[in-house]
Design a protein around this ligand. Structure first.
Ligand SMILES: O=C(O)[C@H]1O[C@H](OP(=O)(O)OP(=O)(O)OC[C@H]2O[C@@H](n3ccc(=O)[nH]c3=O)[C@H](O)[C@@H]2O)[C@H](O)[C@@H](O)[C@@H]1O
Length: 242
């Protein structure tokens, strides 16, 4: 959303270039797709068969629609060129070594809590997300690549929280005295999101293993160390709003 044209180019031209390369060298192609393909979902939780509810001209369209066309391109190459494709629909993921200034909710809330700045909830905070820890995702991706299953597979943790609850959890775990404040809601922000992971369970025998609080404790520790290493120079980048 910060750079919509680059977002579209990376996800469309980038994917078609990689598909062409995979065809030439006879490689198997993994598309790191996203739960954003489901848009602001009218089905809850979201199964892989759900076609989604995306505003094609809204501020998120550069990402959502580009990822949707990236999926279409994978299946076009599979059909026409018999290319082996694997498509992971990745739900919100966090963990140590994530980029601290990316403007997403986990990094924003942890930085704000550790710096005792106000924790910024966009809108009423009743929108929900389901967060998975990075090691669970990596395990799922490896299992998907090692399988012979070519349709999309959701990889996410179905434990769902409102963003308001999430702010309170991070504040408590980081021992912060930050205030929680409400800012303007983001346009087209999905109201709820939770993966149905039955397909991953059945096909890959995969399910998330790391508890949210354990994952958050490791991530908060990582942020704390980075902040002290960088002499507290990190500043927080707010997402560009349209
Ligand atoms: O995992 C996914 O499927 C997608 O999740 C994210 O999109 P989003 O769910 O909007 O993630 P965040 O930007 O972290 O926002 C989550 C929620 O927290 C809210 N938020 C975010 C930041 C903040 O400071 N305050 C706040 O209330 C947002 O409005 C939103 O409702 C990523 O941006 C996508 O790259 C990814 O594909």
């Amino acid at each position: 959303m910060y750079n919509p044209i680059k977002t579209i180019k990376t996800n469309t031209l980038g994917t078609i270039n990689m598909l062409g390369l995979a065809k030439r060298v006879k490689a198997k192609m993994l598309l790191a797709s996203t739960s954003e393909v489901y848009g602001d979902p009218e089905q809850h939780p979201q199964t892989e068969n759900y076609w989604g509810n995306v505003n094609p001209i809204g501020p998120r369209a550069c990402y959502d629609e580009a990822k949707r066309v990236a999926e279409s391109m994978c299946y076009a190459y599979k059909k026409q060129e018999a290319l082996e494709v694997r498509v992971a629909s990745i739900f919100n993921t966090f963990g140590p070594r994530m980029y601290m200034n990316d403007g997403r909710v986990v990094s924003n809330f942890i930085l704000q809590c550790l710096q005792n700045k106000s924790v910024t909830i966009y809108g009423d905070g009743q929108q929900t997300r389901s967060f998975q820890y990075v090691t669970d995702l990596v395990e799922g991706l490896i299992q998907l690549m090692n399988s012979n299953y070519s349709l999309p597979v959701n990889l996410g943790n179905p434990e769902e929280h409102s963003i308001e609850e999430f702010a309170t959890i991070i504040k408590k775990l980081s021992g912060s005295s930050s205030k929680i404040v409400h800012l303007k809601a983001m346009e087209d922000d999905p109201r709820k999101r939770k993966p149905d992971i039955e397909r991953a369970r059945l096909i890959l025998n995969w399910f998330p293993k790391v508890e949210l609080t354990d994952g958050l404790i490791s991530t908060i520790d990582y942020f704390r160390n980075e902040l002290s290493r960088n002499d507290n120079q990190w500043s927080m980048k707010q997402r560009m709003t349209y």
